[in-house]
Design a protein around this ligand. Structure first.
Ligand code: EPZ
Length: 421
């Protein structure tokens, strides 16, 4: 097991290059299944989730080559295979393969992605929408098997703007016969990025970024290159790290309009935040007012930033109120923050976090963003913090400790024995 050890208390100064978006790259890699030609995704972040997606694609006999950080996937020899339960377990985005594999091979077997610390994350909406488009769905103990009975468009309305379901439908309908209209779509910027790639591959899609997407199926797709958007959640993580620790940090690749709600919250807390061209700078302030935030589908406050915002709440004077409406159990970081001295109360979907001083402790990452939140807590706590199980953090943040060290943080990665208690 690997752990971070952090000696808290340093302010952060300097600049960081924001990595390309994990949540844009993963469905783009899945999109490469839709063509026999080569799809190249540039500057992929070197994170465990991308490695796992490459392994999944390789299992379909796609040839995946890396040049620097660009990944080229050539699907000329692709063959149908069942998704391995071991890989599906570690990577939720394996469910993007539903739409892509059904479009390419007419079938897919997907072991149900295991429960994780943020909620049950069922895929019922993906399956219901695909079945409305003519896909036969058979759910069994080990997973779900789907087979195309007809391959034509239609109209579907999602009951909730699910990011993954929207992406799956775009992947599937790109090659279906006729037009597909998807209503109630997720509007996340990563979906707009996926539309851009698919259109470069020859797809005919419009409407991404709104709640209705129209896809006119084409007979075949071809190769394309794409530089995915910067990772708005990584960028938000560094903005919040600076707000919590103090200092001044510039994020190259950060775009304020992608998370103006976070910037507004930071400004209310005395931080100066300004953007120009493709960079955003934050200068911390010393006004720590309690926060009131409700997470929701884009453009509401991003659920992925909620755990990190809880750390800022733990630094504010008075009691902050943070309501999580996207995932039903995305508060596991709060138990660990409690060990670090935070005063926290949870009532249903709302966490009440009272500000105070955080103290170093031994804590455990239980999911990706919750783990990153513990890093922020360690950086602004008094004394030493050890965060165990940082494999979760490696799923989404490339060179996290290196980037933080360059800003002046004292953070080290160590291999150590698992605490038996
Ligand atoms: C994407 O997950 C992101 N992952 C998540 O980021 C992000 O938190 C989430 O969208 C919401 O913004 C990727 O893009 C790879 P959803 P996804 O389908 O697509 C429920 C991170 O930290 N739901 O929009 O799985 C679901 O349980 C990760 O980077 C159903 O009930 O999210 C959840 O409560 C974590 N049935 C809500 O909808 C379904 O069929 C939103 O899920 C589908 C979803």
């Amino acid at each position: 097991m690997e752990s971070y050890v952090i000696n808290g208390g340093n302010r952060l100064y300097g600049s960081v290059e924001v990595q390309r978006s994990k949540n844009a790259v993963l469905p783009m890699l899945a999109a490469s299944l839709l063509t026999e030609e080569t799809v190249t995704i540039e500057e992929c972040p070197q994170i465990a989730d991308v490695d796992a997606m490459v392994k999944l694609l390789s299992a379909y006999s796609l040839s995946c080559t890396m040049q620097g950080s660009s990944i080229s996937v050539s699907g000329g020899n692709a063959e149908y295979t069942e998704v391995s339960p071991d890989l599906s377990k570690v990577l939720r985005s394996s469910c993007c393969l539903l739409g892509a594999s059904l479009a390419r091979f007419g079938q897919v077997f997907l072991p149900l992605p295991g429960g994780c610390a943020i909620g049950a994350r069922p895929i019922d909406m993906h399956l219901a929408a695909l079945s409305k488009l003519g896909v036969l769905v058979r759910e069994g103990e080990g997973g779900v098997y789907c087979r195309r009975e007809r391959f034509s468009g239609g109209e579907v309305t999602l009951p909730y703007p699910s990011v993954g379901a929207t992406e799956n439908l775009m992947l599937y309908a790109s090659l279906a016969e006729g037009e597909t209209i998807v209503r109630g779509c997720a509007r996340e910027p990563e979906i707009v990025d996926l539309q851009t790639l698919l259109c470069r591959m020859g797809a005919n899609i419009r409407g991404a970024g709104t709640d209705a997407i129209a896809i006119e199926g084409v007979k075949r797709l071809h190769g394309a290159r794409m530089l995915p958007m910067p990772d708005r959640i990584e960028c938000g993580t560094f903005l919040l790290a600076c707000a919590c620790c103090g200092g001044e940090v510039t994020l190259f690749g950060g775009r304020e309009e992608k998370f103006d709600l976070l910037c507004r919250k930071l400004r209310q807390n005395g931080c100066k935040v300004w953007g120009e061209n493709d960079k955003i700078t934050i200068k911390s302030g010393d006004l720590f007012l309690p926060l009131s935030v409700v997470t929701g589908p884009y453009p509401a406050f991003a659920t992925d930033l909620q755990p990190l915002l809880c750390v800022l709440a733990a630094r504010c004077e008075g009691e902050s109120r943070i309501r999580e409406t996207v995932f039903e159990s995305r508060f596991s970081h709060l138990e660990e923050l409690r060990r670090m001295g935070a005063s926290v109360r949870i009532e249903g979907d709302t966490a009440f976090v009272a500000g105070g001083t955080l103290c170093g402790a031994r804590v455990r990452a239980k999911d990706l963003r919750g783990g990153a939140a513990l890093v922020l807590a360690g950086l602004c706590a008094e004394g030493l913090t050890q965060i165990d199980d940082i494999g979760y953090i490696d799923r989404g943040y490339a060179n996290f400790e290196r980037k933080l060290s360059l800003l002046g943080a004292r953070i080290w990665r160590m291999s150590c024995k698992k605490n038996s208690s």
